[in-house]
Design a protein around this ligand. Structure first.
Ligand code: SAJ
Length: 433
């Protein structure tokens, strides 16, 4: 732990990453100002409340706001360290071109208050070269300050890239304990950023250059995407060959060097379904496997929709329970969720026959407007639905015993009810993948 003066920190973007990061830094007793464009978000945080769901975040934000170490504002403020955690979506060009305009807009704001001695850290997932582009923008806007780079031995400011790699649902835990890659524009920049992260990170902090750190983040998520694509492809192959994919994976994973992931209705969330495209965009000719992995995972969602449609059509007039809308188990995050895409597509086609069970939703999302679909609880679904389609492996669904569900025709896209298949003579049907 450092004994020098605590730096004043400005965290720009108070979303799923920025807010937990700001609160964690504030817990380390650095005074933190969080900046967000939304008045509503700023007011919520200044009341000590939160606008997103994340385990233990409410208590932490309440504590640091009460203590006065975390404040939120819509106005950029001077600080010693700036942490940029704004979104990097795609352009609306249909080509998955990364849109770094939020990063550049944040950097422009920072330029207005920047002074010699400050450190700027980009945490947003970004295409390779973004940190350098941000440096170039700052150099243009602040010619009075020496920026780090090839011809600047003693720059006035430090600029680094340090990606977040936390798992939704475990953000606070992982923010503190995960290892971090810290990529400086120069080694000196990396050292300054390292000194900052050491204040609140207990995992190893490994320094590198900015471009390698940018690529590392993209590679981590592309690696997972390709591995999930392998599992999803296997599920479709098994389907075509009349095999139970869960059984095949279970057996293959007993090999000491095989660890196949789980098939599902596709890949959701704002990271794994997005980041691989940043690599494809950077080197389209060389990234065939990564592109194909994306296509396989998107194709799996269409495969699930098609199989679900067939099952529903075979069970004419029977109410259908779609279990889950979230992009993964036990969270309330529906962003880019394949479960939501499947359920909404079925609701548009089959209307009021479709009943949705989602313990993490108070009401049905906008995608279900005017479809006639209804939100019901799991008990009602088990009592009234003759078709059950498992889309999310929420704990609440996993614990449903066979005798409560086996009257129904079941399509279990997550493999949470393996015993469903082992009941000979039951009226229900289990489709394996
Ligand atoms: N999924 C499967 N089968 C599996 C594992 C996941 O179908 O075996 C699906 C999930 O259901 C979900 C999607 O993949 O729809 C993504 O879920 P996830 O748990 O793999 O990842 P995220 O999106 O919650 O978080 C990822 C993490 N990256 C990696 O594990 C490499 C996290 O560490 C990153 O910080 C996060 O992306 C991010 O912000 O980039």
């Amino acid at each position: 732990m450092f004994v020098d003066k605590k730096p004043a920190v400005c965290v720009i973007g108070l979303g799923y990453i920025g807010l937990p990061t700001a609160a964690t830094i504030a817990r380390a007793e650095c005074p933190v100002i969080g900046i967000d464009v939304s008045e509503k978000v700023v007011e919520t945080i200044n009341r000590g409340e939160i606008h997103i769901e994340e385990v233990d975040l409410d208590a932490l934000v309440q504590a640091v706001v009460r203590r006065g170490t975390l404040k939120a504002s819509t106005e950029m403020q001077a600080a010693d360290v700036f942490v940029i955690a704004v979104p990097t979506p795609f352009e609306h060009d249909g080509n998955h071109t990364p849109d770094t305009s939020y990063v550049m807009a944040a950097a422009k704001e920072v330029a207005g208050v920047l002074k010699a001695g400050d450190t700027i850290i980009l945490e947003s997932t970004s295409p390779v070269g973004t940190t350098e582009a941000m440096r170039d923008l700052l150099a243009d806007l602040r010619p009075d300050l020496r920026m780090p780079g090839a011809d600047q031995d003693k720059p006035d400011v430090a600029i680094a890239y340090c990606p977040e790699r936390v798992l939704p649902g475990r953000i606070l835990e992982e923010l503190t304990h995960n290892d971090r890659s810290i990529g400086g524009i120069t080694p000196r920049c990396a050292r300054k950023a390292l000194a900052f992260y050491k204040r609140f990170v207990k995992g190893a902090c490994i320094t590198t250059d900015a471009r390698s750190a940018e690529m590392t983040k993209l590679v981590e998520n592309a690696y997972r995407d390709v591995n999930i694509a392998f599992a999803n492809e296997l599920s479709m192959v098994s389907d075509a060959m009349g095999l139970d994919v869960w059984e095949v994976i279970r057996l293959a994973n007993r090999h000491p060097r095989v660890n196949i992931l789980q098939p599902g209705p596709g890949v959701g969330g704002h990271c794994i379904a997005v980041d691989p495209w940043f690599i494809v965009n950077g080197a389209p000719e060389q990234s065939r496997l990564i592109r194909t992995g994306r296509e396989v995972n998107v194709g799996k969602t269409h495969h699930v929709i098609e199989k679900a449609r067939q099952l529903i059509a075979e069970n004419e007039g029977v109410p259908v329970g779609c279990l889950g809308l979230a992009f993964k188990a036990n969270i309330d995050d529906f962003r880019e969720s394949p479960a939501l895409e499947v359920a909404a597509s079925l609701a548009r086609e089959f209307g009021e026959r479709i009943r949705i069970v989602e313990p993490y939703a108070a009401e049905l999302p906008i995608e279900f407007t005017d479809t006639g679909a209804a939100l019901i609880d799991i008990d009602t679904a088990l009592e009234t639905c003759g078709v059950l389609i498992v889309l999310v492996d929420h704990d609440l669904f996993k614990v449903v015993p066979a005798e409560e569900r086996n009257h129904a025709a079941i399509y279990d896209t997550r493999g949470i009810w393996p015993d469903a298949q082992e009941k000979p003579g039951r009226p229900g049907l289990r489709l394996a993948s």
